[in-house]
Design a protein around this ligand. Structure first.
Ligand SMILES: NC(=O)c1ccc[n+]([C@@H]2O[C@H](COP(=O)([O-])OP(=O)(O)OC[C@H]3O[C@@H](n4cnc5c(N)ncnc54)[C@H](OP(=O)(O)O)[C@@H]3O)[C@@H](O)[C@H]2O)c1
Length: 287
């Protein structure tokens, strides 16, 4: 599909590298069909050595021959990047943005280009185990939708949605989701240490319990409900019943629900005003 096509990555950071790696590993594109543009000369050189792709520190030069331009910069630099790219995107090229909170309208207006896909991946994409929710402007062709599926497939699973509002919902659920899971796991590990396990063993117990539970859930009958699985491990008067009583009493479900709703509202706010975005740490994976 990407034979004789050029894909340019504007912002060659962690997520872009995950995509480049996936595209090459899955033989969807060769190094000769990929370029990346970023401000760090040394980092660019490193990418060139690692993948054999063309590199540049000139965004518009990288974009101008590309059939797919991936915007993979951090949200706070997008306002500087869009004016620099304006006029350099080939007419008919696909712009694929993974920038959190940046609406299709913002990108289309910023580039004066109407063929735009907006995506929300998550951190496990870095090992090809992510899930990306995406949507497209009406000018994206059927072939470009298929190209998007393939590029995003390099990061793990992908789900197309036909309304952009779902992107804010996905930001709150799956985009931010790894943070909730890591916090939950961290709390379990600390509890294990409190009980008397070494941290190493507590971490192993927790990681494998989470991994095994997910595999058990996804490997079962698709109609099976999570509550049923939970009931299966909750014998009357047993240890799970005692623990679940405390979780419910502490408002565990409500806390999760409110947290995800807060992330959803924050995502909507960020989409409306770039100025309300708090400063992000360089190298942080914060969405
Ligand atoms: N990481 C995740 O799990 C995740 C999940 C969902 C969405 N996202 C979104 O994906 C995007 C990329 O995230 P990331 O984690 O890959 O960030 P990252 O590692 O910081 O990558 C951003 C890249 O952009 C480069 N850059 C900075 N200014 C630039 C400019 N003016 N022109 C071109 N490149 C520039 C950076 O170079 P320097 O490092 O030299 O500044 C860096 O290589 C973000 O918008 C984020 O919201 C990320």
């Amino acid at each position: 599909m990407f034979k004789d096509r050029m894909i340019a990555f504007i912002g060659p950071g962690v997520m872009a590298e995950a995509m480049i790696n996936g595209l090459i590993k899955n033989k969807l594109a060769g190094p000769e069909g990929i370029s990346a543009s970023g401000p760090e000369l040394d980092h660019n050189e490193e990418l060139h050595k690692r993948y054999g792709i063309a590199v540049s520190f000139n965004n518009s030069a990288a974009a101008q021959n590309a059939d797919v331009v991936v915007l993979s910069v951090k949200p706070q630099v997008l306002d500087h990047v869009l004016p620099g790219l304006k006029g350099s995107i080939k007419s008919g090229a696909l712009v694929l943005s993974i920038v959190a909170g940046a609406s299709i309208e913002k990108i289309s207006n910023g580039l004066s280009h109407s063929i735009v896909v907006r995506c929300m991946p998550n951190t496990p994409a870095q090992i090809g185990e992510g899930i990306t929710v995406w949507t497209a402007s009406k000018d994206v062709s059927a072939e470009q939708l298929e190209m998007t599926r393939q590029v995003l497939g390099a990061l793990g699973q992908e789900i197309f949605v036909d309304e952009e509002n779902y992107l804010d919902m996905a930001t709150a659920l799956s985009g931010t989701g790894p943070a909730y899971v890591f916090l939950f796991m961290e709390a379990m590990v600390d509890a294990g240490v409190h009980l008397g396990f070494s941290r190493k063993i507590a971490e192993q117990l927790v990681a494998q319990t989470v991994r095994g539970s997910v595999d058990y859930y996804t490997g079962r009958d698709p109609n099976s409900h999570l509550a049923r699985l939970r009931n299966e491990v909750t014998s009357p008067g047993g240890t799970s019943a005692a623990a679940l009583y405390y979780l419910e009493k502490a408002g565990f479900r409500t806390a999760i629900s409110r947290a995800i709703w807060a992330a959803y509202e924050r995502s909507q706010e960020l989409g409306k005003s770039a100025k309300s975005h708090p400063p992000e740490q360089s190298g942080s994976n914060d969405q």
